[in-house]
Design a protein around this ligand. Sequence first.
Ligand code: SF4
Length: 214
Amino acid sequence: MFRTRAIDQMSMNPSSSTECRRCGICCEKGGPAFHVEDRMLIDSGLIPAKHLYTLRKGELVNDSIRGCLLPLESEMIKIKGRNRAWTCVFFDKSGPACRIYEHRPLECRILKCWDTRDIEALYSQNRLMREDLLSGIPALWSLIEDHDLRCSHVTVRNLLDSKSGGADAKKTIQEILEYDRSIRILVVEKAGVESNLLDFIFGRPLSEAIHGRY
Ligand code: SF4
């Protein structure tokens, strides 16, 4: 994510390769992941939770440093893309580029697309977790922990990989997908949770997250 087109453009114009030109190429490739240093941005509402989503432990994601699909060793909270595309929801091509520039997260502050050493060093460090933000709401937190157990990406991937699982494995996967779907409906209808918070609370819908990946 951090190399490729942005790097290519910089190498064509080396004179501009010592400061951020706010070209937005990084922002179009996806929003940042949060680190503990960013917590105040969420707690204060400068970045509302409706703009966040969670990639859960074990989920296969494109590793932007290594440039391949890898299962996540620990979860990541990220800024959503616009209209479920990659471009960061705060990126405005027609305006000031980043609409929260003064309050942009640490990864955005540290990223220099012409020299990725700082972002590579930071990438896996001190990631902010849902537990940091939501464990103070015990009823919700216990639902999240239960959902993580029942709808584990590792379990689903193992079931899909299982050569001998057959119909039983298929049935179990269907049950997991159904639980993932129904818990989201339940918290909206019974607990009044806003639907735009679901991707943050429970991660992306499992059916969407595994589509084409496993
Ligand atoms: S928060 Fe701002 S700087 Fe960071 S990716 Fe989004 S638009 Fe770009």
